[in-house]
Design a protein around this ligand. Structure first.
Ligand code: SF4
Ligand code: ZN
Ligand code: ZN
Length: 303
């Protein structure tokens, strides 16, 4: 029987990459401390800052919201109903129930009202669904945060997400993306500061935190995530991790420590300007969401 490293009671969790066995209470404490340490390491925000957590109803965003609340941060939730059938209905219910449980407000918007549900947009746009969905989510989240006085948006991206993106960007030598792969994106050109406090916490660790703290989260994956190449990268990296615990964390942390600073020296930033229609930051004269809206309108007129 493994014993908890802290109190010698029966351990419920073993973390191979940290060679650490912990009981339930000490695991929950370890998780909160790790989040706090990451916030401090990357100077993400301070106790007096108002934070908006992007809540999807999944284990990562809800665990993040809980940890931030436990740590005494003022973190409110923001949920976007994407209009993806049962998946969206269920995730909204769980996110709402969780917000009531922890006594923090959850602000909600619906794409059906703002623009069009994702499955409908998919019919009119040839880009991969997740890429359009990502653009639309980013747009509304940024806008809501600015309009409501939030200075920081926190997302639940975990180590597995970050390592998979890093792996993909490295395989393709996507230097422009690598230059921006940092757990903090500063406030600039109309974009709110964005942070990823779970970037050094694995998917398994975040699932364990959710389960052990009794969080009810949506277990189903979004139906559009099926077949995404990022899933293949995650599987591959997890196989490496199995053989050699700590691989993902090393890959990601060492990139941040050794490679990221070198990439910054050669930085040439794309010039951003306010969108002519809505005023949100954009590379082109008209931002991608307004262009999408115009395209959808034209198609509607034709039909
Ligand atoms: Fe959007 Fe793709 Fe995520 Fe589904 S999997 S919520 S479509 S980004
Ligand atoms: Zn213990
Ligand atoms: Zn616009």
């Amino acid at each position: 029987m493994r014993k908890c490293f802290k109190c010698s009671q029966k351990a419920q969790v073993y973390l191979p990459q940290h060679r650490l066995s912990l009981c339930k209470d000490h695991y929950l404490q370890w998780f909160d401390n790790r989040v706090e340490k990451t916030i401090k390491e990357f100077k993400m925000f301070k106790k007096e800052d108002k934070i908006l957590v992007a809540v999807s109803g999944g284990k990562d965003s809800l665990s993040l919201w809980k940890a931030l609340t436990n740590l005494g941060y003022q973190a409110d939730g923001f949920y976007i109903n994407l209009g993806i059938g049962e998946y969206s209905e269920k995730s909204e219910k769980l996110a709402t129930a969780f917000s009531e449980k922890i006594g923090r407000p959850l602000y909600k918007i619906s794409l059906k009202q703002e623009i069009m549900p994702i499955p409908e947009i998919k019919k009119h746009d040839s880009r991969p669904t997740c890429s359009v969905c990502g653009t639309v989510k980013r747009y509304y989240m940024n806008k809501f945060a600015k309009d409501n006085g939030y200075k920081i948006i926190a997302t639940g991206h975990n180590l597995d997400d970050e390592a998979a993106v890093l792996f993909s960007n490295t395989l393709n030598w996507s230097v422009e993306y690598l230059k921006r792969q940092y757990p903090v994106l500063p406030e600039e050109d109309g974009f709110i500061r964005k942070v990823k406090p779970l970037c050094k916490i694995s998917e398994k660790e975040s699932a364990m935190y959710a389960i052990l703290s009794g969080i009810e989260y949506i277990e189903e994956e979004c139906p559009f995530s099926e077949g995404a190449t990022s899933i293949d990268y995650k599987i591959f990296l997890s196989q490496l991790e199995e053989k050699s615990p700590g691989t993902k964390l090393r890959f990601y942390s060492e990139f941040l420590r050794k490679m990221y600073p070198i990439l910054q020296k050669s930085e040439e930033k794309p010039q951003l300007r306010p969108c002519k229609i809505c005023g949100e930051p954009s590379i082109n004269e008209i931002c991608s969401v307004c262009s999408l809206k115009l395209k959808l309108k034209k198609q509607e007129e034709k039909a």
